[in-house]
Design a protein around this ligand. Sequence first.
Ligand code: UDP
Length: 153
Amino acid sequence: MALEQTLILIKPDAVQRRLAGTLLSRFENKGLKIVGLKMLQVTKELSAEHYAEHVEKPFYPLLEEFITAGPVVALVAEGPEAISVVRSMMGSTNGRESAPGTIRGDYGVSRQMNLVHGSDGPEAAAREIKIYFKPEELIDYDTSLGGWVCADD
Ligand code: UDP
């Protein structure tokens, strides 16, 4: 079982809807540890870097408009298999199709305004964490509860 870090964005729609705390709580309640946290305004340049694989796609102009329309909350969450854990908590891309119980399934009805981003694999996580955080902005710390959250091999 791998201890992983993953990049999560609480997207502009969630911040505007005052859901940032609710979504942060979901990740904390799950047992993930926040090791980096900030609010920032995504610029067009940052959007293009983050969404490099989508820049040529037809939906990109509207995605850029959305992701730069207001501040986001960026965090790095750490935990056992954190990358896939966060992806399953998010639900599928389109909120209308996401399962109830997932973030997108519980709070969204849009394919674009889908509240949250999470890295989709180890390479993406390493790349995206570097885009949003300097190494010194990630805090290495222990919590006394750590051993009560997960003690798997
Ligand atoms: N997106 C969109 N239209 C689409 C597909 C995606 O606006 O047809 C947006 C949506 O906000 C999504 C983001 O682009 O979260 C990145 O797309 P991806 O396929 O990587 O989805 P995710 O991994 O976020 O579920």
